[in-house]
Design a protein around this ligand. Structure first.
Ligand code: RAT
Ligand code: ZN
Length: 444
């Protein structure tokens, strides 16, 4: 068969073009827990300015004490050997050394979170075969946090980092109140995170009242208007590009009429959150399926996954066509159903392989299925990085899988006799790593 000159007909040419396009395309990372140095940082580097409650985490001790690795180390050094409270009393460096010894030296570091630390160290130009992290620590101590952000973004090829700005977190809230420019770093964008508003209205109402916006448990007209003013203020203060919440597996829309807290959540959603999002023309992101603190002693490492309800998302997308929803589910069991739901609603954008499905085997399965059901119209990944340096491994590992899936898909299409062009490969990759997010969030 004859091919136009700019087409890529051979499987090897397609594989090379896809791999190059995926490596080259800068990413907009739509969900992280990363912040600019203006939010404070626990590791001062060469600036000497450390802040105990600083929100920017970076460096090898933070990488090694990532909560995914805390959960994993408790598989092998059980609480009868090291009581949880004793672990939490250790310094960060002692915790890091404990994890290093037990997960990287005495056992093979084959989990995804262990491998991630080593990929990061390698891509920074350090030697992952070093016997201890001490040499790496010295290197990190010489970095300037702000310059280091540039370096990590360059190595990871990330062009924009989306923060998670939890307005009900006192530490974070105070930073916005103390410094109106705290979020002004052009490398970062803000997302207003509002979990208590939807998950526990009585608690949120108390806080709102403390902060000078009168709100009552019974969701009077005054409460609704207070909550709307509160959201408006914070969207404006943060210049939030969307609103976000994480929801438990039991979350339903419509809510169970016999559950007063869930009913209040429904009212807040219908009468506060969605109208405010529509007014500001910003999407609402729902991350669904996390059971918080099933083992409270493990703190943030103690959360669990549960199967959630996709039909509730279907109901919302149908009832609120004027709103746009970013959605991701935590359970593998929900992935197929929600991909089908996205075929039905243009106001539903699937994103990422979240947390416990952010593992190579599941990323591949989910990305393949989404391509087959949705073509190019989804956002395959976000990093969820909590430690700046994790951008490097999260994107390196995901890029390779996205490239593998897209190579197969383009080769399958080529086999029909319609060979792809380099432009169509580049364009597809651009949609997936940047433009689908940008277009959906700014759509009219
Ligand atoms: O993936 C994580 O690190 C979780 O602890 C959560 O932060 C989750 O991603 C969330 O945003 O709630
Ligand atoms: Zn997150």
């Amino acid at each position: 068969m004859a091919h136009a000159p700019n087409t890529l007909a051979s499987p090897a040419d397609i594989a090379a073009a896809v791999a190059a396009a995926v490596e080259r395309q800068p990413v907009i990372d739509m969900h992280t827990h990363l912040y600019p140095p203006s939010f404070g940082t626990t590791l001062a580097g060469r600036t000497g300015k450390s802040d105990l409650n600083g929100m920017l985490l970076w460096g090898v001790d933070e990488l090694l004490t990532y909560h995914y690795l805390v959960a994993e180390v408790y598989r092998v050094v059980t609480p009868d050997k090291l009581p949880y409270e004793q672990f939490w009393r250790m310094t960060k460096r002692q915790q890091a050394d404990h994890i290093w010894k037990n997960l990287f030296v005495e056992r093979a570091p084959i989990s995804e979170a262990c491998r991630g630390v080593l990929t990061t160290i390698q891509k920074l130009g350090l030697d992952p075969s070093d016997p201890t992290p001490d040499g790496w620590r010295k290197w990190f101590d010489q970095q300037d946090p702000s310059e280091y952000i540039d370096r990590v973004m360059q190595v990871a090829n990330v062009k924009s980092i989306t923060m998670t700005n939890a307005v009900f977190d006192d530490n974070e809230r105070q930073r916005w109140l103390d410094n109106p420019n705290v979020g002004a770093d052009p490398r970062f964008t803000a997302v207003l995170r509002i979990d208590p508003l939807l998950r526990n209205w009585p608690e949120a109402a108390k806080k709102l009242t403390q902060w000078g916006r009168r709100a009552e448990e019974n969701l009077s007209a005054t409460s609704i208007s207070s909550a709307k003013i509160f959201l408006n203020d914070w969207i404006n203060k943060q210049k939030a590009i969307y609103l976000a919440v994480s929801l438990p597996p039991e979350w339903r829309y419509p809510a169970d009429p016999n559950d007063p807290i869930a009913r209040a959540g429904q009212t807040v959603l219908e009468q506060v959150i969605l109208p405010v999002c529509a007014d500001h023309n910003i999407p609402f992101a729902m991350m669904i399926g996390s059971h918080l603190r099933v083992n409270p002693a493990l703190r943030e490492a103690g959360d669990m996954v549960g199967k959630a309800d996709v039909q509730s998302v279907v109901n919302l997308c149908r009832e609120f066509p004027q709103n746009r929803f970013f959605v991701t589910f935590l359970a593998r069991e929900n992935q197929h159903e929600v991909a089908v739901a996205a075929r039905k609603f243009g106001n539903l954008m699937l994103f990422g392989c979240w947390w416990f499905v952010n593992n190579p085997s599941l990323i591949e399965e989910i990305t393949r299925m989404r391509c087959e059901l949705l073509g190019t119209s989804f956002i395959p990944q976000h990093s969820d990085a909590r430690v700046l340096d994790q951008l490097i491994y999260k994107w390196d590992h995901s890029r390779k899988i996205i490239a593998k899936v897209l190579t197969d898909k383009f080769q399958d299409v080529a086999a029909t006799g319609r060979a792809p062009t380099k432009e169509s490969i580049d364009g597809t990759v651009r949609l997936m790593l940047a433009e689908n997010f940008e277009r959906f969030r700014t759509a009219k």
